[in-house]
Design a protein around this ligand. Structure first.
Ligand code: V0D
Length: 253
């Protein structure tokens, strides 16, 4: 049974009622922070700060709604091409976010996960993330999965390399390589595929995000800039998801 958007918006306590049809895993590209700032005559850093506030709101909302996994794209392997001062500013945001939010995450039983190339990050960023992973490792509620220094092709290259090594070591035969074998080597190993992909700010591209994992994902795009994204927009996306027929290549029975 699906939950009409009106009901979701009306009453927080009813949200759990239709849990069966809720997307389990939502993936979001947190896009449009720079344009949000420009529109207001503010520096791009103000947009990133506002984007962080939006993230806090959406983590809270997703937890309340009963989402199991929330994956957010915070920094791509391509983002290193931005001006160095902006990159340096961005790399301080995990520390800043965790300073205020780590207690909140633990209070709400939220477990942090990370996907991307940890080695490429500044030491202070890596330390903050590693510590937060350890401090939330025992939590059993929603998983908040940060894609940071992440690129989907790099993820696939790394998976293929690991599989090739297994094969050349005689531990894996070519016939044994299937979907499950590949998934084992992705950063998302053990997570369900995203049910719903959300990209705000008017772009309709995947931009090297979760290429393997979105094979059957419902895609939802919106013109709202990420800093303006709120619970209403999230519920709108979930409502759209619940009104689509997912057939996985088959026909509706
Ligand atoms: C900037 C909007 C939280 C997107 C959100 C380094 C652009 C705010 C984190 C974060 C960023 C990352 C890992 C972690 C805890 C928090 C973050 C970046 C950018 C890129 F363990 N917000 N945030 N990371 N922005």
């Amino acid at each position: 049974m699906r939950i009409p958007l009106r009901a979701l918006l009306r009453k927080k306590t009813d949200i759990k009622a239709g849990e069966k049809d809720l997307p389990q895993h939502i993936a979001i590209v947190m896009d449009g922070n720079g344009r949000w700032a420009k529109k207001r005559g503010l520096p791009r850093t103000a947009g990133h700060h506002a984007g962080m506030e939006a993230l806090k709101r959406i983590v809270g909302a997703a937890g309340e709604i009963g989402i199991k996994v929330l994956t957010v794209y915070a920094f791509s392997t391509e983002n290193w091409r931005r001006p160095q001062p902006e990159v340096e500013f961005l790399m301080r945001l995990p520390n800043e976010y965790l300073k205020t939010e780590l207690a909140e995450l633990n209070k709400n039983n939220i477990k942090l996960r990370f996907m991307g190339e940890m080695e490429g990050l500044p030491v202070h960023t890596r330390q903050a993330v590693t510590q937060a992973l350890a401090e939330t490792a025992g939590n059993t509620g929603m998983i908040l999965n940060f894609a940071l220094n992440y690129g989907s092709r790099a993820e696939l290259v790394s998976a293929v390399r690991q599989i090739a090594r297994q094969a050349s070591d005689g531990l894996l035969r070519a016939e044994e390589i299937d979907d499950a074998a590949i998934e084992k080597y992705l950063y998302t190993a053990g997570l369900p595929d995203p049910d719903l992909f959300i990209r705000p700010s008017g772009e309709s591209r995947l931009s090297n995000f979760l290429l393997w994992q979105v094979a059957y994902t419902e895609l939802w795009f919106s013109d709202v800039y990420w800093p303006d994204f709120d619970k209403t927009h999230l519920l709108e996306a979930i409502d759209a998801y619940q009104n689509r027929d997912r057939r996985y290549g088959g026909i509706k029975l």
